[in-house]
Write a protein that binds this ligand. Structure first.
Ligand code: NI
Length: 139
């Protein structure tokens, strides 16, 4: 029997989407407002879900207080009030799209979550636009 437990968290960050090897015209065609030269911000919401067996001693799948601290330390403290393109080395040559950010968050958290737990990260870039990642074997 497996149960999923989730924690919601939040950070604000700025970004812009563009390719240096494309003209301004092409960047605007592809990325629209998100290629605005002077950056813009989003209120990002994340939901981190862990799926696993209930521990018979504690009744927990995972201690959500511990998950809260991991998310705060490894994600919120790192990304909140940052300019993703400039402040986060992983995005110096990678567009900080919601897709790339969710993979980044997943990879960071995966280091601290025991391997017997499944991890899924959902990232809301706006209240209506969101992406999900739970690892894959595509590489
Ligand atoms: Ni944007």
């Amino acid at each position: 029997m497996k149960v999923t437990v989730s924690r919601r968290a939040h950070f604000n960050a700025a970004h812009k989407l563009y390719r240096k090897d494309w003209s301004d015209k092409k960047n605007i065609e592809v990325f629209g407002k998100c290629s605005n030269q002077n950056f813009h911000g989003h209120n990002y919401e994340i939901i981190v879900s862990l799926t696993g067996k209930i521990n018979s001693e504690t009744g927990f799948v995972y201690d959500l207080g511990v998950l809260k601290e991991i998310i705060k330390e490894k994600i919120e403290d790192k990304l909140d009030h940052k300019n993703l393109n400039i402040d986060i080395p992983e995005f110096s040559n990678l567009n900080p799209t919601a897709e790339n950010i969710v993979v980044f968050i997943y990879n960071e958290l995966r280091k601290y979550i025991e391997k017997d737990l499944e991890l899924e990260v959902t990232l809301f870039e706006t209240p209506r636009n969101f992406v999900k990642y739970s690892g894959d074997n595509l590489k």
